[in-house]
Ligand binder design. Structure first.
Ligand code: PLP
Length: 911
């Protein structure tokens, strides 16, 4: 999967042709034109001209999918190149690339002119910017059956519809085929709406091998199976799968009533009869974008902040009078500015609504978020996903219910079980011992847990399966497969996907199918398809109606649920603040549960239990705004984040100096082969194709999120914590997580290419320092460096698995299932007489492990890193956990006080 930088290697259907790559192509062309100008009158001028002509020719087809610079300016440019006007060509290329870079073409009419001194020079067409002012700009795709020669005329007609009172301004982009339409929406993120005129062609006139791979492998589109005739609804389906946020309008000359009754028309915003109502279409386009642009809560808050309001409620900081009038805290007011204080209130009147019982603007904002994230309902949470998770546990589980949960998940899950009284049945993720981290939980382990519980007659107690998608380190589940196979064993299961890090994924086609809500949609479509029942009946013939839990074949078979009884019950929590433009602690719970009406009351109880009665208004507003941004530019931002991540991977792993000491781990190192049926091993190696990548995203048990970059630093002699410190203190680079020998970098919607350049510069500098140190220090330095590297990369402690709960906390101590009453153990530890301490290195620890009575943890012990509980309340502590603790060289261990030692439940308390 290459990010191609030079125009010479540009393929028209390159799918991560992010705006950055496009700027590069224009800059390469500019340089070539300047070299051509410099060569005038010298030898080699013809070759320089040919180079410019070739570069331009290679760029032209992809430029068709963007409104700017547009056919007119491109034709002028081509004329100049062909007419040997190197100076004129260079001047025009310079202006176009600058206009693209600073986006001035959206506001400045002169940018659409061929001449630099455009004053008084009438444009051939009315320009979008002449009346735009500061209005937001976007582009609209027109898919038409007419020949390209007619498109300039159509464009004029579209522009004539503009009115001074329009809230936005848009420029048209024309294509004549389904393939070009799909490609345009993939490579041009500014497209916000598509107007589809029936009668267009299927195939592009360009060579598009890559797009055909994507349509076939990624979107299940088989051109062979599509008959002749109109393709409008097929195109609508594909565009909705690629970019669901785009508004689609179909213009048909048959009876539109027939079209709208076709189920495939559900993705259309409106259907028009022929082109009888151009102004209506224009207004519909503006209204569609406005629906996404509107932020009910934020808009009202801005309005509220402008009103003169006297407050007698309990928030003195509101309106800022206690701040600005103070001799001593005035600097706070100066720092934040008056708006923050004007926008503070503890009232729920004035359209501010109540987060706990929303009926007004918060409800509208949550409904908009539900639309954007593909959920039925959304709850805003202002205390982080730590709280969202606890809400879901409390809403869905009663004391004694069993939750199958990844032991390596965030601590809010473990505490959620304690608070709800749910019994965790811990399942283990595959270990990545060499890097002291865990991956995700294999589906086999989850099925085995369910089948064991079924064999033990306890399946009815299982309420929920809770998994982290993606993990901190980027492991992504096949969410649909996990849910379908589990529903085949227990059809009413609910799923909680902790997508704390993955909220942004909804907004890119590469990820969407692997998100909780993306999978839910696919499952709903599949259950409605008669083929799902056929598949189930076939399974019933092979395995019987009631799956025999002792039949080991079930672990390897791809189980399918009975669509007549399976319920689709999906919850997702996401830290909006971790991957989108929300203020810290902004989080959402997405609900896609067809049985939610049965759980609505407990859900509200859970909200009342956990949510503050004084939620922060700015966080709520930022959740609303984050949603707006993602619906309007999420696709562009996420594409860019992926492109940057791939660039970092390539730059680090191929740099001659840096790659001697550092490397970013690729899928082959982060996911064992048995979970990568496609064989996808790398995102950057040459020869890796899109077909292979999409195959992996469709079928592999796990794939790696390219934006999560595990940078191995142990090979440079640094442990993770040390390297994180160096980057922060000496180079101003902040990052999140570390392991014994790695740090985790993450590209986000805010990263720029300058950030990438800076990171590489820093790695070069550090590598150089290491080289110099090794050279100057001679053999002793080299030996000690080698020793340090070996200790960090080879002498790694084994990762301990969850052992078991003490029998005292198991409902059936003789049984083989693993769930335990962790809540009782947790609260037992509140009584001091039930607890004792033993120093970690006390030989008594080893003796008791060998001879008993068993060591039973009184609390959670969570070292950072790795950040998962290596002990939970009521867990029997085994030798491997002690060994891991003794080898652990981290300072931050929650729940463990080295001066006191391990906190244990006394044997007498367990009798
Ligand atoms: C997987 C996972 N879930 C939940 C959380 C908690 O999220 P928040 O920080 O928004 O409370 C985190 C935090 O790091 C996390 O990594």
């Amino acid at each position: 999967m290459q990010i191609i930088k030079g125009a010479a290697t540009q393929r028209i259907d390159h799918l991560f042709n992010s705006s950055g790559a496009r700027f590069d192509q224009w800059r390469v062309l500019l340089k070539a034109c300047q070299q051509w100008t410099a060569a005038i009158g010298k030898q080699g001028v013809a070759a320089q001209k040919d180079k410019c002509a070739a570069l331009l020719d290679a760029m032209l087809p992809a430029e068709d999918f963007h409104a700017y610079p547009g056919r007119r300016l491109l034709a002028v440019l081509k004329e100049r190149v062909e007419g040997d006007d190197s100076v004129g060509a260079a001047r025009l290329v310079q202006r176009i690339s600058a206009a693209l870079m600073v986006r001035s073409y959206r506001r400045d009419a002169a940018e659409w002119e061929a001449e630099d001194d455009a004053t008084g020079h009438a444009a051939a067409v009315p320009l979008p910017t002449s009346e735009s002012g500061g209005r937001p700009y976007f582009e609209v795709l027109y898919v038409v059956p007419t020949p390209p020669s007619k498109w300039p005329l159509h464009a004029q007609q579209v522009r004539r519809l503009r009115r001074s009172q329009d809230q936005f301004i848009y420029e048209p982009v024309f294509v004549g085929s389904l393939e070009d339409a799909v490609l345009a929406c993939m490579v041009n993120p500014q497209i916000q709406a598509a107007v589809i005129h029936e009668g267009f062609a299927w195939a592009s006139t360009h060579a598009l091998p890559l797009l055909r791979e994507v349509l076939g492998a990624g979107l299940d589109v088989d051109p062979e199976s599509v008959g002749v005739g109109d393709h409008g609804l097929v195109l609508a389906r594909i565009l909705k799968a690629v970019r669901p946020e785009i508004d689609l309008y179909l213009i048909d000359d048959c009876r539109p009533e027939d079209v709208v009754s076709d189920p495939a028309a559900s993705g259309l915003r409106r259907v028009f009869y022929e082109v009888e109502e151009p102004l209506e279409i224009h207004l519909a386009i503006l209204e569609g974008v406005d629906e996404r642009y509107r932020t009910p809560y934020f808009d009202n808050l801005k309005h509220y902040a402008q009103r003169p309001i006297a407050t007698f409620h309990a928030l003195p900081i509101a309106r800022g009078k206690s701040v600005f009038g103070s001799e001593w805290i005035r600097d706070m007011g100066e720092f934040y500015g008056p708006t923050l204080f004007l926008a503070e209130s503890s009232a729920t009147t004035g359209g501010l609504d109540s987060l706990l019982e929303p009926t007004g603007n918060i409800k509208l904002a949550q409904d908009a978020a539900a639309r954007a994230f593909g959920a039925d309902k959304v709850f805003f949470v202002t205390n982080g996903t730590s709280t969202s998770n606890k809400m879901v546990y409390q809403a869905l589980c009663q004391p004694g219910d069993i939750v199958i949960v990844d032991r390596n998940c965030h601590k809010s899950h473990h505490y959620g079980c304690v608070l709800a009284g749910a019994q965790p049945y811990y399942v283990e993720a595959f270990p990545l011992t060499a890097f002291s981290m865990y991956g995700s939980v294999p589906l086999r382990a989850i099925k085995k847990a369910l089948l064991d519980l079924k064999a033990a007659g306890r399946l009815d107690k299982v309420r929920l399966i809770a998994l982290t998608n993606v993990t901190f380190d980027g492991h992504m589940y096949d969410t649909r497969r996990v849910m379908e196979e589990c529903l085949a064993i227990k059809p009413d299961l609910a799923f909680m996907w902790d997508e704390a890090w993955f909220g942004f994924a909804r907004f890119h086609w590469l990820y969407r199918r692997r998100t909780a809500m993306g999978a839910r949609q696919q499952m709903a479509e599949w259950f409605a398809d008669p083929k799902s029942l056929e598949a189930y009946l076939e399974q019933e013939r092979a395995f019987g109606k009631d799956l025999d839990p002792t039949d080991s074949r079930l672990l390897d078979a791809r189980l399918v649920p009975d669509p007549r009884v399976a319920r689709i019950r999906v919850y997702q929590t996401n830290s909006t603040h971790k991957s989108m433009s929300s203020l810290r602690q902004g989080s959402m719970v997405l609900v896609g549960d067809q049985d939610f009406h049965h759980h609505e009351a407990p859900f509200h109880e859970a909200v009342f239990t956990h949510a503050s009665t004084s939620p922060n208004l700015q966080i709520i507003a930022s959740l609303d705004v984050a949603r707006r941004q993602m619906e309007l530019e999420g696709y562009e931002l996420v594409t860019h984040a992926i492109a940057l991540a791939i660039e970092i991977r390539k730059d680090v792993n191929t740099h001659p100096l840096v790659s001697k000491y550092f490397r970013v781990l690729e899928p082959a190192e982060m996911i064992p082969q048995e979970f990568r049926a496609s064989g996808l091993a790398s995102y950057t190696e040459s020869g890796v194709t899109w077909a292979q990548t999409l195959e992996a995203y469709r079928h592999d048990e796990f794939v790696l999120d390219p934006t999560r970059l595990t940078l191995v630093c142990g090979t440079a002699g640094f442990d993770g914590t040390q390297f994180k410190g160096i980057l922060a203190a000496d180079y101003g680079i902040q990052l999140n997580k570390t392991s014994r020998n790695s740090v985790l970098l993450q590209t986000n919607i805010n990263n720029t290419r300058s950030d990438v350049a800076n990171l590489l510069r820093v790695l070069v500098e550090i590598s150089r320092k290491i080289e110099i140190g090794l050279k100057q220090g001679g053999a002793p330095a080299q030996e000690s460096f080698a020793e340090r590297v070996k200790s960090l990369t080879e002498d790694v402690p084994g990762l301990p698995n969850f052992s078991r709960f003490h029998d005292r906390f198991r409902s059936d101590p003789a049984g083989s299932t693993l769930e335990g009453d962790m809540r009782s153990a947790f609260y037992k530890a509140y009584r001091e007489e039930c607890c004792e301490h033993l120093k970690l290195r006390d030989p008594e620890v080893d003796r008791r492990i060998k001879e008993g009575p068993p060591l039973v943890s009184a609390n959670f012990v969570i070292p950072y890193p790795p950040g998962f509980p290596i002990m939970v309340p009521g867990q029997v502590i085994e030798a491997d956990t002690i060994e891991f603790m003794r080898k652990l060289d981290v300072k931050e261990i929650h729940g463990y006080d080295a001066t006191l030692g391990l906190k244990l439940l006394r044997a007498e308390a367990l009798a």
